[in-house]
Write a protein that binds this ligand. Sequence first.
Ligand code: NAP
Length: 306
Amino acid sequence: MTTYPASDLISGALGNISPPARVAVFGDPVAHSRSPAFHNAALRAAGIDASYVAIHVTPTELADALRALPDQGFLGTNLTIPHKTAVLPLLDAIDPAAQTIGAVNTVSVQDGQLTGFNTDGPGFLRAIREEFSVDVRDLRILIFGAGGGAGRAIAVQCALEGCERLVLVNRTVEKARALATELEPLFRTERLAGPSDRLQTIPHDLAAIRAQLESIDLVVNATSIGMKRTDPALVPEALLAPSLLVYDTVYATGRSRLVEDAISAGARAANGLSMLLHQGALSFEIWFDRPAPLAEMRAALASGFA
Ligand code: NAP
């Protein structure tokens, strides 16, 4: 995959690409991104005469690269590490859910204006529906890594959906506590259980986790544990009951140890490929205002992991 420097975007040198570059991902690093493969498959399948390009944008280049988008005829861009939060003050408008999440992974260009969205949270919702045929709002959910970027997006989305119960777990527990304070107003409803029962924060501690798992339906791993094959187990297999749904946002290693342990315990489990797919499909829908060709995107993603 070709990676272009930000200077090529800013100077107009990307104008020579065919089909013309109209959407992108900005990151630092960006060469590892799976997005060009499945977005270009989507563009081909939809018959759109446009390319999706990976652009290496450093933090100091971000403002100029964003401002070059309308000038160079781009419809938008995705943002990955380390730009998802830094981009907020550089945009003309921010979607309310992205504002609450505090991070933007999709920028849309319309009439020269840059609007920020977050498709990670909604992509997670679609992934859970697809993998387990359930809606997040009906579930009692425990999120590991609730203080990180993905964990925060997922926690906010679950709270916005009005899930039955939300337990935030984070190694640095203060980050999860701060998030719980932000989310608490979303749990003040007329349901029978009060906010303190429905929203809880616990440290990444075995005894605390064990006590919570008895009243949980869905366990989500949004930590970086599992990205390497040699990583320790996130949860001891003995704690994974057959009644649990387990979603591991990690997709780098295919079937992660958590997914394998959950399946061998009799639980239903899936890895983060479906979330990756659906956050990308939602970006496509924002830019092109039509449904994304999911089958082709899914096939392109799967071939990258074959
Ligand atoms: P991040 O912002 O750096 O957050 C990392 C999280 O992992 C933090 O909560 C951190 O806790 C926790 N953590 C790291 N090492 C840990 C350890 N040894 N024990 C316990 N907790 C640990 O990273 P991110 O961008 O959110 O990514 C997190 C995961 O989400 C990654 O595995 C990534 O692959 C996945 N992800 C998947 C998708 C998808 O579409 N499927 C999208 C985005 C991210 P502290 O706060 O204590 O440091």
